[in-house]
Write a protein that binds this ligand. Structure first.
Ligand SMILES: [Zn+2]
Length: 42
């Protein structure tokens, strides 16, 4: 279990700290480092 296989599940991971992004106040954000992912292109 050294690597994490790509998943199709809609689990958002923070690219900065590998934390979990949570949807809060209408926006995604990392609960650990406050990283905010850019808006995805529609
Ligand atoms: Zn983070």
């Amino acid at each position: 279990m050294a690597t994490t296989p790509p998943t199709t599940a809609e689990t958002y991971r923070c690219p900065e700290c590998r934390g979990v992004l949570s949807f809060d106040a209408g926006s995604w954000g990392c609960t650990d480092c406050s990283y905010v992912p850019p808006h995805s292109a529609d």
